[in-house]
Structures are given as C-alpha cells and as structure tokens.
Design a protein around this ligand. Structure first.
Ligand SMILES: [Zn+2]
Length: 277
C-alpha cells in the first residue's frame, strides 16, 4: 500500500528523492519503519535522508569565540568546554543517526546498503545508483551540497506526514542568499575540536511557504499519511524569490530565536559585507 501510494505520487525508478518522513503519521504500519524504507527503495531510484549525528558529535562554541550573528550556545569556561569535548564522540559513518531525525533514517542505515557523508553534524545517507555522487557533494564547508546536487539531477523532495518545517532544501535556498549560515562546533579527534561553517538555522516558520508551493506539489494519502512530492528546483526557486523580496521571509521576530541572527546575516549580505559562498 505504501509502495502504491508512492507510485501515485509519480515516483519511479527514474526518481531521485530527498525524503523527510514521520513513521507515526502512517498510523500502524505492518513491518514498521523497515516496511516504509523498503517501499521507498523498491519504488524510487535513489533515496536520500538526513543522517547527521549531532547529538553525539556536537559541541558548544568555545568560550570567547563569538562570530557575528551566530546565535550559538557557548561554553562559559574552558573547563565546561573541555568537559563537553571529553564527553562528545568523534564522528564516524557507523554512528547511529541523531534520534531527533526520526527512525526512518536510522532504519535505512541499519538495513540497507548505503553511502553516508563525512560531515560530523549535518550529513546525508543515500541508497541507490546515485548515492555516491549525492553524498560526495556534501563538504565540510558546504553541508547542504547533496541537496544542490539532487536539484541538478532533477530530484524531488518527498514529505511523508511532515510539513515544510522539515524541508532542508528551503535552507539551501536561503543560504544561497547569505541567510541561515551559522558556524557550529564538533569533536574532530580526542582533545581536538573543529569549527564548521554554513550550518542551517531555524525552520519553525517554513510552513508559511505552503501556499506558494501548493501549485507545484503533488499530494496523495497513504493510510493516514499526507504524502507530498515537489521538485527540488521548484523549492529552491520559490524560496529564493521569497527571500530576495523580503529578507525576513519565513523568519520570526522573537529576539531569543535564531531567526533574528539569520535576518541580520541576510542584511549583511545585502550590504555586501556578508558571508559569500
Ligand atoms: Zn524563530
């Protein structure tokens, strides 16, 4: 039934997809997450999912290291930072996927032959013939490269029971305009930390793009799951138009939120002094 629903969405062996999925959204699934993964792999050509391990590898910013408009949790003392560094894990491709990303990605990692990137915080895992080039497009200084590559290959975003707040392609579009490009920190080796640029920020207002994307979205129901497909290129072009017209688009005004820092990054970019790719 899941495979049939995916075919009704227009997916086939010619499809390359970035999937954001909520297992719970389907209701009860015989075979659970593995059945959902199996349907995706059987129907599509190449399936990619977010597969970072931030919960294990991430660190606070070191004390005193304050980048402009970076909105990062910072250690107050070197003791606090060194304790966090000692507790963190060095990234490797066999670490479990961050539990915050849901069970589908971790199930894919455990049960399907895959390629996985080497970015310690924000990486991707892909299954299928184009897995290698997609994953390889992610660099330490450009973690959303796999989505860029997926767009160039004519790929799609598939939302299974989740909204646009889960859609990382929207972050790529705003990053191309200098917005939502944060520096974050991870363990590199025992006693060694690294700074990683161009980490995306806040997405809690991304649902506001729904109306603009509706005309280019295909939608079906799979059980209780609202399943949607739209091309990466449509997501990128629509978001870029929106953010180019309004630097505040898809951001909130809460001063405690990273949205404000992302907005300031865009303004700096417009002044010509901001981050460049
Ligand atoms: Zn916000």
């Amino acid at each position: 039934m899941i495979a049939e629903g995916l075919r009704q969405l227009g997916l086939s062996k010619a499809s390359r997809v970035l999937v954001h999925a909520s297992l719970r959204s389907f209701g009860r699934v015989d075979g659970g997450a593995e059945a959902v993964c199996r349907a995706l792999v059987d129907v599509c050509g190449t399936v990619m999912v977010s597969a970072g391990a931030w919960d294990l590898t991430g660190l606070p910013a070191p004390p005193g290291l304050t980048r402009p408009d970076n909105a990062c949790h910072q250690a107050q003392t070197w003791q606090e930072f060194d304790d966090a560094l000692a507790k963190a894990t060095v990234y490797s491709k066999d670490l479990p996927v961050d539990s915050w990303l849901g069970t589908i990605a971790e199930t894919m990692r455990q049960n399907f032959p895959h390629e996985r990137g080497d970015h310690p915080l924000f990486t991707y895992l892909a299954v299928g013939p184009d897995a290698r080039p997609l994953v390889d497009a992610g660099r330490l200084d450009w973690p959303l490269g796999p989505i860029e590559e997926l767009g160039e290959l004519g790929g799609d975003v598939v939302l299974l029971g989740v909204g646009h707040t889960s859609s990382t392609a929207i972050h790529l579009a705003e990053q191309r305009l200098g917005r939502s490009r944060f520096y974050r920190y991870a363990k590199k080796a025992p006693g060694v930390w690294m700074e990683l640029p161009n980490i995306p920020g806040e997405s809690h207002r991304f649902g506001e793009i729904e109306g603009l994307l509706a005309p280019v979205t295909t939608e079906v129901r799979i059980g209780r799951c609202r399943a949607r497909r739209l091309s990466v290129s449509d997501v990128l072009s629509t978001t870029e138009r929106l953010v180019a017209a309004d630097p505040r688009a898809l951001l909130c005004e809460d001063p405690e939120c990273r949205c404000g820092a992302a907005y300031q990054q865009r303004l700096a970019n417009l002044r010509g002094g901001g981050h460049g790719v």
